[in-house]
Write a protein that binds this ligand. Structure first.
Ligand code: SF4
Length: 137
């Protein structure tokens, strides 16, 4: 969690990363819920999520079979629950796709039941084996 500055059990500051301004947003637990100070509405929504249920877009690579390169760059389609990222990486460690794959293609829907998908971020062509694709050449 991006807490900086004061940090007691009732008051913290979240460093907003939604835009380059990088505002600090005060977060206090009031009797009726969270009290947010500073930042814009987008930043306050980010701060609320950081405190209650932090999520991150995950970018990594997975194995690709028969492709022109051995690893395919991927990312999650939306922020993924931070407390489950280790579980996600364990799943992706053994996950493999077959070439060809197109950039933007959804490789896995509803990752671990989160509603977030796994998306390819690069087009990878199938590596032609000797004797394939040379007809008429
Ligand atoms: S609070 Fe709003 S203006 Fe400030 S960094 Fe976040 S998104 Fe940008």
């Amino acid at each position: 969690m991006s807490f900086v500055g004061k940090d007691t059990s009732t008051f913290s500051e979240v460093f907003c990363i939604v835009c380059p301004l990088g505002c600090r947003i005060g977060v206090e637990q009031g009797s009726d819920g969270l009290i947010l100070r500073g930042g814009c509405s987008r930043g306050q929504e980010y701060a609320r999520q950081e405190v209650t249920s932090p999520c991150r877009v995950v970018t990594t690579t997975v194995r690709i079979r028969g492709g022109e390169i051995p690893r395919l760059p991927v990312r999650t389609s939306a922020p993924f629950p931070r407390e489950r990222i280790f579980e996600l990486m364990e799943f992706l460690r053994t996950f493999e796709v077959a070439a060809p794959v197109r950039r933007g293609e959804v490789l896995v829907e509803d990752l671990l039941g989160t509603g977030v998908h796994l998306v390819a971020t690069r087009t990878i062509r199938r590596l032609e084996k000797e004797g394939e694709g040379s007809e008429g050449a």
